[in-house]
Design a binder for this molecule. Sequence first.
Ligand SMILES: NC(=O)c1ccc[n+]([C@@H]2O[C@H](COP(=O)([O-])OP(=O)(O)OC[C@H]3O[C@@H](n4cnc5c(N)ncnc54)[C@H](O)[C@@H]3O)[C@@H](O)[C@H]2O)c1
Length: 322
Amino acid sequence: MARPKVVITGGAGFIGSHVADALVGAADVVAIDHLKAGKRANLAKALKAGATLVKRDLLRGDLRPIFRRAEVVYHFAANPDVRLDRRGTKPTVDENIVATHRVLEACRVAEVPRIVFASTSTVYGEATVVPTPEDYSPLEPISVYGASKLAGEALLSAYAHTFGVQAFVFRLANVVGARSGHGVVVDFVRKLVRDPKRLEILGSDPGTAKSYVHVDDVVAGMLAGQRGASGPFSVYNVGSEDAITVRALADAICAELGLRRVEYAWTGGAGGGRGWAGDVRTMQLALDRLKRTGWRPRKSSEEAVRLAARDAFSSMNKPRDA
Ligand SMILES: NC(=O)c1ccc[n+]([C@@H]2O[C@H](COP(=O)([O-])OP(=O)(O)OC[C@H]3O[C@@H](n4cnc5c(N)ncnc54)[C@H](O)[C@@H]3O)[C@@H](O)[C@H]2O)c1
């Protein structure tokens, strides 16, 4: 029997490359990435096992040939940063909304039957119900990133109901693990390698309280969620069973790196413990829907953070007492 073709946009990025590793044994995996954030090295294992990498910007040119004969498209390419940089809002809108529309159009013409979308907990904004279930409303994002992902979800819903593609949306908590190039764990490890005595932390003590999920639990959850649904449009939360404050996260990372008496220098941030405008104060997702498929997160927030810190540290390849 022919192996199914699976396309992963953003496949050379953090989560995309882990999905490539999980699928390459049973499918012809094609990763598309412009390699501005992603790296060929992230895909080393999958490429060795037969995956291919196409260097392309999803915002340019005709995408249809890439998606032809694909059984599933995992759409992960995005600007994943919640915090805006000095370029303002346009990169987020382009990379997350315009690119998603271009991918959906190409998939529609290429008659791709199934699309999986990496969405985010930030679509819930400052939810008043925590842990937050998928049917929580109103969906009122407080960041442009959250808004752009909610727009992506809405486009997927419309394409599912209008054109018959089966769509799966996974709203992810903070994902951590090997090969992550952004986020608080990588940021703290990088800073601690530079200065093991002092850690600058955005926000005010003890910071926000959020759920951190290991990338292995995310990949398993995405596969379980697809097996567990038959309707045109399905939405699942993916997270861990708890939340930890930024202080607890910093303590866990310092302990994992064998550092003691590190001075925490809180910047003050944007009020209420937030690191910046658009940062939610509390985030933990209700997991009942995905758990009904038999999936369970195997790691707590702290376990996931510790493992991710270890991986980030060893990838920076510095001695422990540096
Ligand atoms: N990491 C998290 O904590 C988290 C949480 C919630 C949702 N998500 C979502 O999961 C997805 C993957 O995130 P990640 O953490 O792996 O980020 P990442 O930056 O490691 O991966 C994204 C990849 O997309 C590529 N890319 C971006 N724009 C592109 C374009 N126009 N054309 C081609 N390639 C492009 C980048 O080069 C990168 O390799 C994103 O959609 C993100 O919004 C991530």
